[in-house]
Ligand binder design. Structure first.
Ligand SMILES: Nc1nc2c(ncn2[C@@H]2O[C@H](COP(=O)(O)OP(=O)(O)OP(=O)(O)O)[C@@H](O)[C@H]2O)c(=O)[nH]1
Length: 534
């Protein structure tokens, strides 16, 4: 995830301006404006992975929300104003420091890569190990190297050059007492605005974990956590992609209320579409595919509850969150509305910061639910059904745009022996490694799915068979180099692959079948190779 510094600077300037506007005219409305800007700024920092800055912004947000009040609470007392101002200036200074030091951002490896172009594993991202137990983590560092992640080692006492921030700092607490590691964690958090800070080998009791998190850690791994779990987290952070913006459908007959709601949502980066009459809700849901519905309670001809009941009759909209907006304060009616298919009730006039927080938390859960429906739980890749659906839709696009598309079936060689020799959990780990490697090397627009047990389906829109062969053969070569640790030693595994392509074959099922046949030719020819069908 990259954050153009110009965008960060612009957002920081807006925050400074809204604060200055409040200081010039300290009324409730100006404070609401500042609070919304501050809240959306904190979310922006989080979305961009600027972990350290986000934590500082979140503290400021908490302080600002505590002073929200109402018309009578403003202007706030001079001491509170001074404290808020100090914290805001501190945040703005950290942002200025971060911007000035990130004039040489790390390249995003996958951006702009095209099939067949260079996808060499030069060190994509850099992470730091800060600690005294380097030898204990050698195997993890070696494994990360296979995924293009370079690990630099630093003793806890070092004051290294901080020009290029590593994307993760691993801090090993071993050999230090609680006061020492807390102090080190705080210093690292303060020094690194964007890096994810992960503490290793933290004592597993509640108080120690709480201490580590409050010192600024993003994640803690308690003592005894397997190294594969730590590796999984690092690769997950490395591969995490920016999500599509959240989308909300507003069903509201009042133009003023609609404007206010859409403005609040827009401030916090949420897209929205408004309709004035519930009769349009079903067609709009199909067309707009929102993540949540904000529904007015009373509209002419149909209440919000009636509209929600109609929506719930459609299987595909059974779980979409519905949040009611109404001036209604009757508790019994609110409960009834929730029972009849709604998820939350917000009474007008609503606090825009709370509206945004509720909308986002509901959407996060809804998206997590959908992810679990479409993705495989072991690898996080698309599952069998959704890989097939995505392939069909990519074929439709390729046909419309007159571009090729290559599909590949990949199967790990002699996998039964891996399970028999090293056990099922090690087998699972091999499946995960291949999934990570495929995700890491292919583009965001490529389709990568776990098709069966140790079988994967990959589709490369825009690539011919020859281009796909070039990209996948490099992955095949690198996968065979990975040393999988087992009982003080290590072993390697390989995969075989078959490729077929559009337009030679135009139907999804036939394409997969042809790639599967090519795969079995590769197996029969001795494995650890790729066969193309055309
Ligand atoms: N660990 C683990 N094993 C799995 C999983 N799914 C399938 N398997 C195992 O994968 C093995 C697949 O074996 P086979 O299809 O006989 O083929 P193979 O041993 O890989 O041999 P070739 O494909 O001919 O190279 C079986 O032993 C399955 O039990 C899984 O999720 N985890």
């Amino acid at each position: 995830m990259s954050c153009p510094t110009a965008e960060l600077q612009k957002k920081a300037d807006v925050l400074r301006t809204t604060w200055q506007a409040y200081r010039a005219r300290p009324g409730f409305e100006q404070f609401v404006e500042f609070a919304i800007t501050q809240s959306s700024f904190a979310e922006f920092l989080q979305a961009k992975g600027l972990s350290g800055l986000h934590q500082t912004a979140r503290d400021l947000e908490q302080q600002a929300l505590g002073l929200f009040g109402d018309e009578l609470s403003h202007p706030i007392a001079p001491t509170e104003l001074g404290a808020l101002d100090d914290r805001l200036q501190g945040l703005l200074q950290r942002i200025a420091a971060y911007i000035s030091q990130s004039s040489h951002p790390l390249p995003d490896r996958r951006a702009g890569e095209v099939p067949g172009s260079d996808s060499d594993l030069g060190p994509a991202r850099r992470i730091w190990y800060v600690g005294q137990q380097v030898s204990q983590w050698q195997e993890l560092m070696l494994q990360l190297g296979y995924f293009g992640i370079d690990v630099e080692q630093h003793p806890p006492t070092a004051q290294p050059d901080q020009r290029d921030e590593p994307f993760i700092v691993l801090f090993d607490t071993q050999g230090l007492d609680a006061a020492q590691w807390t102090e080190h964690l705080r210093a690292l958090r303060q020094r690194f605005a964007a890096s994810k800070l992960i503490a290793l080998c933290v004592p597993s009791d509640f108080a120690s974990l709480q201490l580590a998190l409050s010192a600024g850690c993003d994640f803690c791994f308690p003592q005894g956590t397997p190294q594969t779990t730590v590796m999984g987290k690092i690769l997950e952070l490395n591969g995490s992609e920016e999500e599509d913006p959240y989308r909300v459908l507003v069903v509201e007959d009042s133009l003023t209320a609609t404007k206010l709601i859409q403005r609040s949502l827009n401030e916090s980066g949420v897209e929205s579409l408004a309709i004035a009459h519930p009769r349009d809700v079903l067609t709009t849901l199909h067309r707009y595919q929102p993540d949540l519905i904000l529904m007015d309670m009373y509209m002419p001809g149909c209440t919000g509850v009636e509209a929600a009941r109609v929506i719930r009759q459609h299987a595909e909209f059974l779980s979409i969150p519905i949040v009611y907006l109404s001036g209604e304060t009757d508790v019994a009616l609110q409960i009834d509305a929730l029972r009849l298919g709604g998820d939350h009730f917000l009474t007008k006039p609503f606090n825009p910061v709370i509206l945004n927080a509720i909308v986002k938390s509901k959407i996060e859960r809804y998206r997590a639910l959908r992810r679990s429906m479409f993705h495989d739980s072991l690898t996080g890749l698309l599952n069998h059904t959704s890989s097939k659906q995505r392939l069909d839709s990519a074929l439709g696009t390729a046909a419309a745009e007159h571009v090729p598309l290559a599909a590949a079936m990949i199967d790990i060689d002699h996998f039964k022996k891996v399970n028999d020799n090293y056990g099922h959990p090690v087998g699972d780990q091999i499946i995960r490694s291949l999934a990570w490697l495929l995700k890491q090397r292919l583009r965001k627009t490529d389709i990568v799915g776990r098709y069966g047990g140790e079988e994967f389906m990959v589709a490369l829109p825009g690539a011919s068979s020859a281009q796909a062969l070039q990209v996948l053969d490099r992955i095949r070569h690198d996968f065979a180099q990975i040393r999988h640790p087992f009982g003080g030693s290590w072993f390697n595994t390989t995969f075989s692959c078959g490729i077929a392509s559009f337009p030679h074959i135009s139907h999804g099922e036939a394409l997969v079948k042809a790639a599967d046949e090519a795969l079995y030719q590769a197996k029969r020819a001795g494995r650890d190779r790729i066969v193309t069908q055309d």
